[in-house]
Design a protein around this ligand. Structure first.
Ligand SMILES: *Cc1c(COP(=O)(O)O)cnc(C)c1O
Length: 377
């Protein structure tokens, strides 16, 4: 069994992808060009932002967003303690300092109450707080209805790390449209993935958009050879854009609906045995992962091992908090305020999942999990 069946997806869209890919190669433009523009327009129309700027990967997208907001040395940016390393890494790589905030045990996303607490602590200490970076973990948008207000009340910018969230929704808004600026990743296993690295930045601000475009191409000015600032070389390949155009259609026409059905199959089969993902009213998950929560580390590791022996792959996203990372050993944090994140690193387990998982595969996973718990009783 595959953890995320990307080969199956390719089989389904092979003809369309192959012909578009060949067409792009034949045309001979490999950087920029119509495909990149077409993709950016498709994605910004869908997400509902004025601008979409594609770039090299999801980590670059975060760095470009932070730089465009003017965040740098001496600034503090709030970020969940329970996320993929790149979220916090991007903050440090522009010279700012991440401030780790605990997450909600049910949604896995940054906890608005803990965020307010963290803001007040930093204010009392006279820290130069600038922004909040939320993460739509496993595909579920963060609590933007609350977080946008918190940011407004405290004069903070909001960056949505939508690497896992693309196609998720909160009420009538689609993920990657929240905050001042949002980002996503087209890493192959993400909800919208290409066949290599890729990413994008979304914003309604003309000013931020033109800054991101400049930074992504060596800080270019109006004249290509007058560079106004130090930037990066971070572009989405034309080939990847052409693949993404086809994959985006498949996401909209088929995958979004399908993945929700598959999630309900797991929910039904597993709800009486383990803690299943919680999707609050008004939210739609992009289902980047289907993640269950076990009682403790022994139970989690035992189940993972048991499934592995039966040929069922599982993953632990993530076995370490940000505060526990060696690279952040010099970043200040209060362990007592990050207990949920710490606990989740020991209890979460992501199951094989994608819009292409079959009924047989899902039944096998569900029955194996049942066997594990029956055997232990
Ligand atoms: C994957 C991911 C990123 C980084 O994306 P890349 O394209 O791999 O650089 C950033 N944040 C989160 C939450 C991610 O899951």
């Amino acid at each position: 069994m595959d953890f995320r069946n990307l080969k199956k997806q390719y089989e389904v869209i092979k003809d369309k992808v192959d012909s578009r890919l060949l067409e792009t190669i034949k045309k001979g433009q490999y950087i920029g060009g119509n495909e990149v523009q077409e993709l950016e327009r498709l994605l910004s129309d869908y997400v509902g932002t004025k601008h979409c700027i594609s770039c090299g990967n999801g980590t670059d997208a975060l760095v470009l967003a932070l730089r465009a907001l003017g965040i740098g040395t001496g600034d503090v940016v709030f970020v969940p303690d329970f996320t993929f390393f790149a979220s916090a890494e991007s903050i440090s790589s522009v010279g700012a300092t991440p401030y780790f905030v605990d997450v909600n045990e049910d949604t896995f996303n940054i906890d608005p109450e803990r965020l307010i607490e963290a803001i007040n602590i930093c204010k009392a200490e006279g820290k130069n707080i600038k922004a909040v970076m939320t993460v739509d973990l496993y595909g579920l948008p963060a609590e933007y209805n609350k977080i946008e207000n918190i940011c407004n009340n405290h004069g903070l910018k909001l960056i949505e790390d939508g690497a896992q969230g693309f196609s998720g929704m909160l009420n009538d808004k689609i993920a990657c449209s929240f905050g001042n600026v949002a980002t996503t990743s087209f890493f192959p296993a993400k909800p919208l993935g290409c066949y290599g690295d890729g990413g994008a930045v979304f914003t309604n601000s003309d000013e931020l958009a033109s800054m991101v475009r400049s930074l992504a191409v060596h800080g270019k000015g109006k004249d290509k050879y007058d560079n106004e600032r130090i930037g990066y070389n971070s572009r989405l390949d034309t080939i990847q854009a052409s693949i993404l155009i086809e994959k985006f259609k498949q996401l909209i026409d088929f995958e979004i609906g399908e993945v929700d059905k598959k999630a309900r199959v797991y929910n039904e089969g597993l709800k009486d045995i383990v803690k299943i993902p919680f999707i609050p009213d008004g939210y739609r998950s992009a289902w980047a992962q289907y993640t269950i929560t076990l009682k403790n580390e022994d139970e989690r590791n035992g189940l993972s091992k048991f499934l592995k022996e039966k040929g069922i792959p599982t993953m632990v996203y993530y076995p370490k908090t940000m505060s526990g990372q060696t690279a952040f050993k010099n970043v200040e944090y209060d362990k007592n305020k990050l207990k949920v994140s710490e606990k989740l690193t020991k209890t979460v387990l992501s199951l094989p999942f994608s819009p292409y998982i079959t009924d047989e595969e899902q039944n096998e996973v569900i029955n194996s999990i049942k066997d594990y718990f029956n055997g232990r009783k």
